[in-house]
Design a binder for this molecule. Structure first.
Ligand SMILES: [Zn+2]
Ligand SMILES: [Zn+2]
Length: 457
C-alpha cells in the first residue's frame, strides 16, 4: 500500500436531509467535548503550577517539564509548553478563568500567554474572544514584533551599562563590584552554586559524626558570604586550570587529584582528596571527577610528600567515548536525555570496574552528580538494561505506568463540570468573528501599549 505519497482531496458532499441534523449534532458534540477538555486543561495547569512551585519534580529530574514528560508521556516540547503556560497563567487570572470556563481554547490561551502581562491581559482576552485561533496567532506574532523592538532597545541600553570593577581595598583585600547582563549573571550564580556545593555541601555533612550532633562549636561553618567568596576562588582557579576554553568533556574535567591512595577506592576510608590548588572536595566528588577525565594522579605518603606522579591518562579513551556517545545518545537517567554528557563507570574504575561499554553509561552533569553525590544508584542488569534507584532504594522506572482511567472519562468530566456549575455547551468557545478582514497592523496599533512609540521612530 502506497498511501504516503497520496494526496486526498475530499469531494464536497451535500448531506441528504436526513443526515444533516445528525451531523449537526455530531459537530456540536465535538465542540462541546472540546470545551470540556479545555476546561479540564485549566485544572491540569493549576495542578502543574502548584507542583512546579513546590518543586515536586525535584527528585532527580532537571525540571518540571522533564518530570512531566517522564510521568505522563508528553513529548518534551509539549511538556515545556504546558509548564510555561501554567506559570504564565499564575499571574493572568482573566485568561485562566476563560480557559477554566471552556470559553477560550487551550490553543488560544497558549498563544496569548506568550505576550500577555497583567496590564495587557484584558485587551488580549478580548482578542481571544473575538477572533479565530488563526487571528489570535497573527496578532500575537505582530505583538511580539513590537515587544522585540522595545526589548532590543532595552537590551542595548542594559548591555552598555555592563561593568566589573576589581580593586584593592586599604587593607589589601580585593573588592569586587559590578553589573552583569542577566544571562552572564545567571551563569556566574550557577558556577558559584556548583563551586559552593563542591566545597561545602558534602564536607559539612561529614563534619558532624553520628552521636555528637552539633556539639562541636569550634568548627562553626562559614557564613553564606564567606562561602560565596571561597566559591568564587574555586571558579577562578578552575577557569585558569582548564585554560578557560571549555573543550571536550574529557579535557574539560582535567583535574589533578592529590589523593591518599585508599580514598579513591573507598569513600569511607580516612584521607582527603584535594584539587590541585588546595581546595578540598569530598571523596564522592573526587570519584565523580575521576570517572571521566584526563587525570594525573599524585599519590602521597602520610606526611603529604608526593610518592608518585602518574602519567597523564584519559579514563575513557576517545574511541570508546565515541562508541558510548553513539550507543547512549545522551544522558540515560530516566526522563533526561540531555545530549551532552559524561561517561560514568557503573562500577568505578577505582573499585576495579573495567572501562568497557558494558560498564559505562552516559550521564549529564546534573545526573552524574545525582549518582555520585546524592545517593541515586544505577546498575546494568544481565539483559543489558539499566536500572535506576532513588536514594531510598525505590526503583526509578524509565517511564512509570499511567493511572487507570474511569470507564466513562467523558461522563466523569461532564459531571465534574456540572458540579462546579460550568455551563459548557457547543457554542461556549465560539469566537465573535463575523467574517470581516483582519488588519493585524491596525489591531496592534490599537492594542499594544508600546506600538506607537516603537513603530513611530
Ligand atoms: Zn561517574
Ligand atoms: Zn541527565
Amino acid at each position: 500500500m502506497n498511501t504516503a505519497s497520496c494526496v486526498s482531496i475530499a469531494p464536497i458532499i451535500e448531506p441528504t436531509v436526513g443526515t444533516t441534523a445528525e451531523l449537526d449534532r455530531l459537530g456540536d458534540d465535538i465542540a462541546e467535548l472540546s470545551a470540556h477538555l479545555d476546561a479540564a486543561t485549566a485544572r491540569l495547569l493549576d495542578l502543574i503550577r502548584e507542583f512546579d512551585a513546590r518543586a515536586g519534580w525535584n527528585t532527580g529530574f532537571r525540571s518540571c517539564a522533564e518530570w512531566l514528560s517522564w510521568r505522563v508521556g508528553l513529548d518534551r516540547g509539549a511538556a515545556r509548553e504546558r509548564v510555561r503556560v501554567a506559570r504564565a497563567l499564575g499571574s493572568l487570572p482573566r485568561l485562566a478563568q476563560a480557559l477554566a470556563r471552556g470559553e477560550l481554547s487551550y490553543s488560544k490561551v497558549r498563544a496569548l500567554t506568550r505576550v500577555a502581562t497583567p496590564e495587557t491581559e484584558e485587551r488580549l482576552l478580548a482578542v481571544g474572544r473575538a477572533g479565530t485561533a488563526e487571528h489570535v496567532e497573527r496578532i500575537v506574532r505582530g505583538w511580539r514584533r513590537v515587544d522585540r523592538l522595545a526589548e532590543a532597545k532595552e537590551t542595548a541600553r542594559r548591555h552598555t551599562s555592563r561593568a566589573l570593577h576589581v580593586y584593592p581595598d586599604e587593607d589589601g583585600m580585593v573588592v569586587i563590584r559590578g553589573r552583569l547582563a542577566p544571562e552572564v549573571g545567571a551563569a556566574l550564580i550557577q558556577a558559584l552554586t556548583a563551586a559552593r556545593e563542591a566545597l561545602y555541601h558534602k564536607a559539612h555533612a561529614q563534619h558532624v559524626p553520628a552521636g555528637t550532633s552539633g556539639a562541636d562549636v569550634s568548627t562553626e561553618p562559614p557564613t553564606m558570604p564567606q562561602q560565596q567568596a571561597d566559591a568564587l576562588a574555586l571558579v577562578a582557579e578552575t577557569a585558569l586550570h582548564h585554560g578557560i576554553d571549555p573543550g571536550a568533556p574529557g579535557e574539560r574535567y582535567q583535574v589533578v587529584v592529590h589523593v591518599d591512595a585508599p580514598v579513591l577506592a573507598d569513600v569511607e576510608a580516612p584521607g582527603q582528596s584535594v584539587l590541585d590548588d588546595g581546595a578540598h572536595v569530598s571523596a564522592e566528588t573526587s570519584q565523580r571527577l575521576a570517572c571521566d577525565a584526563s587525570r594525573v594522579m599524585m599519590r602521597h605518603d602520610p606526611d603529604g610528600r608526593i610518592l608518585e606522579v602518574g602519567a597523564r591518562t584519559r579514563t575513557i579513551p576517545p574511541a570508546l567515548r565515541r562508541a558510548l556517545h553513539h550507543r547512549d545518545r545522551g544522558c540515560r537517567f530516566p526522563g533526561c536525555g540531555l545530549r551532552f554528557g559524561q561517561g560514568h563507570h557503573i562500577r568505578h574504575w577505582a573499585h576495579g570496574g573495567p572501562t568497557t561499554l558494558a560498564n559505562l553509561t552516559m550521564l549529564c552533569r546534573r545526573h552524574h552528580r545525582a549518582v555520585h553525590e546524592e545517593g541515586y544508584q544505577v546498575e546494568r542488569w544481565p539483559d543489558g538494561e539499566l536500572r535506576f534507584r532513588r536514594p531510598d532504594g525505590r526503583p526509578l522506572p524509565e517511564s512509570p505506568a499511567l493511572p487507570a482511567v474511569a470507564a466513562d472519562p467523558v461522563g466523569m468530566l461532564r459531571a465534574r463540570h456540572d458540579e462546579r456549575e460550568l455551563n459548557i455547551h457547543a457554542r461556549t468557545a465560539m469566537p465573535g468573528w463575523l467574517g470581516e478582514r483582519l488588519d493585524v497592523g491596525w489591531a496592534i496599533d490599537v492594542l499594544h501599549p508600546l506600538a506607537a512609540t516603537s513603530t513611530g521612530n
